[in-house]
Design a binder for this molecule. Structure first.
Ligand code: NAI
Ligand SMILES: O=C(O)/C=C/C=C(\O)C(=O)O
Length: 480
């Protein structure tokens, strides 16, 4: 199958006529091709977006909202096909894509369809100066959205929906590893009545197609989710061009467990926060820190629960863990297991590749638990982004907090306790953008979303996203 670019409302071949192979991680085989787009394709997309902008930015909020709602409805109507598309590219269980990825993609559009009708700006009477100030929030123009492979449609739409709701026109690039659902979205947008040129989807590699988006002088803002190293490369190009940037980057999130927690709930959730989506979510709790009093019990119970997870064919509804996204990624993740001892770790469970019947070339790995004693080891400091968690114990609150904060990342933290004072102390002192207490991945789309330290710059979600995708202009009117 050949996926094409979606530019100016039409599916088109790349100008260079150059294509890249697309792999299915479930089988470890090539199943299609995508455009290897160049800066000429980006130029066409920018021109289409620029042409659409004067009309789209003046389209009423009610009309924009109606179209976004329609896109949300069509995503849900096409849930089966989209979930299969997500799984064939990413390797995730189809059941997970049906329950999480695709409904959330629809929710992103529905949320911003509503939010844009509630987004208002401030006004201030300048008392004593006979003047009134008000703020105009104007769309930026053409903006760029670049997304990763782990939650393909979920994160692609998380950027596109607020961008177009706010009146911008978009040039978007999904990950070259997972292009399918972005491709299907193009057709959905046409059917929903989105005017041509408002959304342009260009496929290709990060270092060429992605870079061409970031460096295009007419693209005013970049919203990016992906690796920290890539985020730094993007910032290096975008900052001297004075573009707005929102970077959602890596994480090495602590999952801090105290003896006074609701144990069963914690155990169940910790299995999920460790291995959901094969551990390939930037919010996964990859460092489990457990109070010494319950460490041995936790270790035994956690290993038992994890050993019950089924690694298998993503089409099978009983599968918990599907394939990793690519051969290259599998090898990267596996290298941490192969070197675990050298890094000071002890493998307590897992660590081996899994042979799935009829899919022997697929990229399957056991969920893996590694015990560590030193937070400074590579296993606890580097983002692995796969089905690997480390566990270690702590004695005091101070020690737990120090361990939690002692990494270069600062995306999210999970805290398990029923002590209110401790909850408040940790909430204030954890150096992360998100703190979940007695839960994980509970997402209210109104909340600010983003990371501290090397986990990113800026916040998306709710009105934060609409603020990012608009320019605030102060109007000061003097009167008699
Ligand atoms: N924070 C997160 O959510 C994610 C973190 N990662 C981390 O990053 C590591 C590398 O994974 P990759 O797939 O290589 O992620 P990546 O950061 O290279 O890719 C994310 C997106 O950025 C694009 N891109 C890559 N280089 C670019 C550039 N120079 N300019 C503009 N766009 C560019 C890619 O084509 C893709 O669409 C993973 O092993 C994982 O640790 C990966 C995906 C998501
Ligand atoms: O917005 C969310 O709910 C989740 C976001 C997850 C990422 O940004 C990620 O895993 O890259």
């Amino acid at each position: 199958m050949k996926i094409q670019n979606y530019i100016n409302g039409e599916f088109v071949n790349p100008i260079s006529k150059d294509w890249l192979d697309n792999y299915n991680p479930v089988k470890g085989e090539i199943y299609g091709q995508i455009p290897n787009s160049t800066k000429e394709d980006i130029e066409k997309a920018v021109q289409a977006a620029e042409q659409a902008f004067p009309i789209w930015s003046n389209t009423t909020l009610e009309e924009r909202s109606k179209i976004l709602s329609k896109i949300a409805d069509l995503i849900l109507e096409n849930l089966e096909e989209l979930a299969k598309g997500e799984s064939i590219d990413n390797g995730k269980p189809i059941s997970l894509a049906k329950q999480v990825d695709i409904p959330r993609a629809a929710a992103n559009f529905q949320f911003f369809a509503n939010a844009i009708t509630q987004f208002s700006s401030e006004s201030h009477e300048s008392v004593g100066f006979d003047a009134i100030n008000f703020t105009l929030r104007q769309p930026l123009g053409v903006v760029g959205c670049i997304s990763p492979w782990n939650l393909p449609l979920y994160l692609f739409t998380w950027k596109i929906a607020p961008a177009i709701a706010a009146g911008n026109c978009v040039v978007a690039k999904p990950s070259e590893v997972t292009p399918m659902t972005a491709h299907l979205l193009g057709d959905i947008c046409t059917k929903a009545g989105l005017p041509k040129g408002v959304l342009n989807i260009v496929h290709g590699l990060g270092k060429t197609t992605g870079k061409a988006i970031v460096s295009h002088p007419k693209i005013k803002a970049i919203s990016f989710t992906g690796g920290t190293k890539t985020g730094a490369e993007i910032a290096k190009i975008a900052a001297p061009m004075f573009k707005k940037i929102s970077l959602e980057l890596g994480g090495k999130n602590p999952n801090i467990i105290f003896a006074d927690c609701d144990y069963e709930n914690m155990l169940e959730t910790t299995v999920r926060s460790s291995f959901a989506n094969q551990g390939q979510i930037c919010l996964c709790g990859s460092r489990i820190l457990v109070e010494e009093k319950i460490y041995d019990k936790f270790k035994t119970d956690f290993i038992k629960k994890v050993s019950e997870l089924k690694v298998g064919n993503p089409s099978d509804s009983t599968t918990d863990i599907g394939a990793l996204v690519s051969k290259q990624h599998l090898e990267k993740v596996k290298s941490y297991i192969d070197n675990a001892e050298e890094y000071g770790g002890k493998i307590l469970f897992g660590g081996k590749k899994v042979n799935v019947k009829n899919h022997e070339k697929g990229y399957y790995l056991q969920p893996t638990i590694i015990e560590v004693t030193d937070n400074n080891c590579k296993l606890n400091q580097q983002e692995i982004f796969g089905p690997i968690v480390t566990i270690m114990s702590f004695i005091t609150d101070e020690e737990a907090l120090k361990l939690a904060n002692d990494v270069k990342y600062g995306l999210s933290a999970t805290l398990w306790t029923n002590n209110l004072n401790r909850t408040m102390q940790f909430s204030k002192q954890l150096q992360t953008g998100i703190v979940w207490v007695n839960t994980w991945m509970l997402r209210d789309l109104r909340t600010p979303f983003g990371g501290a330290k090397e986990s990113g710059v800026g916040r998306e979600g709710g009105f934060e996203a609409l603020r990012f995708f608009t320019e605030a202009k102060n109007i000061c009117i003097k009167h008699d």
